[in-house]
Design a protein around this ligand. Structure first.
Ligand SMILES: [Zn+2]
Ligand SMILES: [Zn+2]
Ligand SMILES: [Zn+2]
Ligand SMILES: [Zn+2]
Length: 381
């Protein structure tokens, strides 16, 4: 389950567009380094900042600007960081010091939180205390970010740019009360309830097209303020929607019964999701396998192996962690000075010996060096 601060004021600030969002967001620049048999992909967080004409020092951007061949491997890619509560058993395993005694710090015993391995779990056998649910950080690279949040992205399999609708968008059209799909039939006046526009005749193009698809068109219409000709009410129209539909929105599924009076759109933060990673490496994608509502009165509620209510599990996981993660602080700590960026990426530091304006020197450096950058120390993550 995705978690975010309750108060939008406390949302992390995106380093990509300076907006506050429920997730952390930044540009990553990475390279490829051959270390004998192994290929490493060290990366840095782009530190150039948002001002196009007043870029701050960033070794990745320097490389991007001075690399002449195509494709340019230094292109920035959006990476996001989320916090989630993982609904699984974790053991509180005592941390041992070098003499094999239970380690402590400032009079407090230290524990490692390790995933229970199920039937063959050695911690279960040893009766080590276990709890259900753990707060974790989830870092999503550019394609996985698109899988979850939607947007245009490079599809390595098909070798072309592709629109990803995204799990978030899928959830927006899934009803929390029944788990079926939502069909929006009309927009209504928020004052007198008169039909403003009947959507039953509305046609959409390719469902994959965000704006041209039927859902895309309806979304845009619902986001447009209107004025009612009958009662003069102004504002965003209400929606007249129905649920319990199949994936295509064509057929009412008989066995679905909605527990809510009106369809309720779901989102990342009000659902328990079962996400799977399919495929490997750059071809991998995050797919939604199942979705459940966190509302206990829903006919499609989560069902855990434990009796505890969801809110208790979530609150305990957050409190064991000492509160939510501070994503702003963590991302800021990962923004590094150029000399360290250069070391990580295995390229010379163009900013050494005083600040220079990138691009103003005549000595164009042909980089990145993909092979043979021996002696580069790649810090462990
Ligand atoms: Zn950069
Ligand atoms: Zn176990
Ligand atoms: Zn429903
Ligand atoms: Zn009206």
């Amino acid at each position: 389950m995705f978690i975010t601060p309750e108060n939008p004021e406390e949302y992390p600030t995106s380093l990509v567009d300076n907006q506050k969002k429920p997730w952390g967001e930044y540009h990553e620049q990475k390279t490829q380094i051959q270390q004998g048999e192994k290929t490493a992909y060290p990366s840095i967080i782009c530190t150039a900042g948002l001002e196009q004409h007043n870029k701050k020092e960033c070794v990745g951007c320097y490389q991007e600007e001075h690399y002449t061949a195509k494709p340019n491997p230094w292109k920035k890619s959006v990476t996001t960081k989320h916090q989630i509560v993982h609904f699984a058993f974790y053991h509180n395993v005592p941390r041992l010091d070098k003499d094999g005694n239970h380690a402590s710090y400032q009079d407090k015993y230290l524990y490692n939180s390790l995933r229970c391995e199920g039937d063959a779990c050695k911690f279960c056998a040893a009766n080590v205390e276990k709890v259900f649910g753990k707060l974790l950080k989830l870092k999503l690279g550019p394609n996985h970010t698109k899988n979850v949040l939607g947007g245009d992205g490079w599809n390595a399999g098909e070798k072309k740019m592709k629109f990803y609708r995204g799990i978030r968008h899928q959830l927006n059209w899934t009803c929390g009360g029944c788990g079926g799909q939502i069909v929006t039939k009309a927009s209504l006046c928020g004052g007198c309830g008169t039909i403003i526009e009947d959507f039953s005749k509305l046609q959409g193009s390719d469902p994959k097209d965000m704006l041209g698809s039927l859902r895309g068109k309806i979304e845009q219409k619902l986001q447009l303020p209107t004025t009612c000709s009958k009662c003069n009410w102004s504002g965003f129209p209400d929606e007249a929607s129905d649920c319990c539909y199949d994936a295509e929105g064509n057929m009412n599924i008989k066995k679905l019964r909605c527990s809510f009076e009106a369809p309720q759109r779901m989102d990342l933060y009000s659902t328990v999701l079962q996400l799977n990673k399919e495929g490997a490496g750059t071809d991998s994608a995050i797919k939604m396998k199942a979705v459940f509502s966190i509302d206990e009165t829903s006919n499609n509620p989560y069902q855990f192996e434990v009796e505890e209510p969801l809110v208790e599990i979530v609150n305990r996981a957050i409190s064991i962690n000492g509160g939510l993660f501070n994503l702003d602080k963590e991302i800021a700590e990962m923004c590094l000075p150029p000399e360290i960026q250069a070391k990580i990426l295995g390229v010379p530091n163009a900013y050494a010996g005083g600040p220079r304006i990138p691009g103003s020197d005549t000595e164009v450096q042909e980089r990145p060096k993909f092979a043979g950058s021996a002696g580069v120390v790649i810090p462990k993550q």
